[in-house]
Design a binder for this molecule. Structure first.
Ligand code: GDP
Length: 478
């Protein structure tokens, strides 16, 4: 660090060894030392990766007018806890009058589509089946913009509450138009007008007050006003948004839910955003890949193809993607696998970078002397992707100072595999198993290789153990 500080000093930059530097300074420092430094964002890196396979997302974006066809809006229901989001999604599910032959939507796949008859026109709306702004923001954090319209549920007997305001903020930050469902109007003491005047403070002015936000009084419990709400969603979409996509091209979209099914393997619910997804397509979803073996809709019915705004449950992936991962169709299986593998490698590198809390000259030094730093390597396996991510996030947040480091060298959904054990052997890692177990053969391998597997079914127990292990690695101070 001292030498680098000196070089920087000659460049006219007064820096201390622990200071963060900006991109320009890093590049200047690199040039001075004879290195060509390039700072890339993960997005840039991924774009370059796709371009190397002749996939240019931006070029594809510029679809000709003539190819664009109307697509249904995708809606997320948000609002304060207990204001009736779940109940409302339930009520909407039951209004699907057009498709009675299947006896209603029975499967929870993470999203569903309902059809409404408006002025003799048969229109569709897609609802994300996970209420609340947490899922909405988690997906946005991954760069996935899924929601076109937010339905804000406010209980008429309770009024605007903290999470109501949060939901408004999130929707507005994402530039997503809001339709307000004033719920529980069947209850005594319900005051729907009060909700309207309360919300004007947050910039949501009802149409009847001269604003441009549609308010609909509903009772999710007694299923009152549901059709009016659906109509308001469509009217808002028609007025404020240009929802069109080209259906006649390779599909792209987002995985909104995924899990490992005992019988069917990796199961992912994917929302098509453009193009048409077909059975037999080779797909890449984040760092997962595979071939679409079969697709099912929310009725559990097999479908051969999925158009824009249609959610489908897809089987055939070789691993479980994460919620919010975007997907695209590749020209063939091999390309899909190569893209997925490269992404996995990039993710691993990013993970290594993440554990360095700050980029400073001291870190440069540390990297050089990596061998001197004590590191605890972990592999995390769990039954659902949400748990794996939550565990990973919490573990990376454990702070026991700079002397010891935690490194998550691999994580994934599903049973512990031979590959996991091999990785653990090579990197001297401990396997954290959350609600999963190894096959008998794999357990034997771990035993013979001396790989430790620790089993948990509560997250904080795992965190406590890892924290204790890290503290145990700290050198005693005399
Ligand atoms: P969430 O936390 O926003 O998903 O709220 P829920 O959908 O779980 O509803 C919370 C409670 O309010 C439940 O006990 C529901 O039965 C009740 N509830 C929801 N909608 C209505 C309604 O329109 N009228 C009445 N009276 N109760 C409702």
């Amino acid at each position: 660090p001292a030498a680098l500080v000196t070089v920087l000093f000659h460049l006219g930059e007064m820096a201390t060894a622990t200071q963060s530097l900006d991109q320009d300074t890093f590049e200047a420092l690199g040039a001075e030392l004879g290195y060509d430094l390039k700072v890339v964002s993960p997005e840039d890196e991924d774009r370059e990766l796709l371009e190397s396979f002749d996939i240019d997302l931006e070029a594809e974006e510029a679809d000709d007018e003539e190819h664009l066809k109307a697509r249904p809006p995708v809606v997320t229901v948000m609002g304060h806890v207990d204001h009736g989001k779940t109940k409302l999604l339930d009520a909407i599910r039951h209004t699907d009058v057009v498709d009675t032959e299947h006896g209603g939507i029975t499967q929870h796949i993470g999203a569903y589509q309902v059809r409404v008859d408006v002025d003799g026109q048969d229109r569709a709306i897609t609802f994300i089946d996970t209420p609340g702004h947490e899922a909405f923001t988690a997906m946005r954090a991954r760069g996935a913009q899924v929601t076109d319209i937010a339905v804000l549920v406010v209980a008429a007997d309770d009024g605007v509450m903290p999470q109501t305001v949060e939901a408004i903020n999130h929707a507005q930050a994402a530039d997503v138009p809001i339709v307000v469902a004033v719920n529980k109007i069947d209850k005594e003491g319900a005051n729907p007008q009060k909700i309207r005047s309360q919300l004007t403070e947050y910039g949501l002015v009802a149409e009847e007050y001269g604003g441009d936000v549609m308010f609909v009084d509903v009772s999710a419990k007694q299923r009152i006003g549901i059709k009016e709400l659906l109509e308001a969603v469509l009217l808002t979409a028609d007025a404020a948004l240009d929802l069109r996509a080209n259906p006649d091209t390779d599909a792209r979209g987002v995985a909104i839910e995924a899990n490992l099914d005992r019988g069917r393997g990796a199961v992912a619910t994917m929302l098509v955003q453009r193009g048409t997804l077909h059975v037999g397509d080779a797909v890449v979803v984040g760092s997962a890949h595979g071939r679409v073996r079969a697709m099912f809709d929310e009725y559990g019915k097999e479908v051969p193809a999925a158009l824009p705004s249609r959610p489908v449950q897809v089987i055939g992936l070789t691993s479980v993607p994460r919620a919010g991962d975007s997907f695209l169709v590749a020209s063939d299986d091999r390309t899909a696998r190569q893209i997925a593998d490269k992404r996995e490698a990039a993710e691993r590198a990013a993970l290594l970078a993440k554990r360095r809390k700050r980029v400073s000259l001291e870190d440069f030094d540390k990297v050089l002397k990596e061998g001197e730093v004590d590191t605890l390597n972990l592999i995390i396996k769990g039954d659902v992707s949400g748990a794996v991510e939550a565990l990973e996030d919490s573990l990376l947040r454990i702070d026991v100072g700079d002397e010891v480091q935690l490194r998550i060298i691999h994580r994934g959904v599903g049973a512990i595999t031979q590959n996991d054990v091999n990785l653990a052997t090579v990197d001297n890692a401990v396997i954290i198993a959350f609600n999963v177990r190894p096959a008998e053969r794999v357990a034997e391998l771990a035993e013979s290789e001396g790989v430790e597997i620790k089993y948990y079914n509560v997250i904080y127990a795992a965190i406590d153990d890892v924290e204790a292990a890290l503290k145990g690695m700290l050198k005693p101070i005399y």
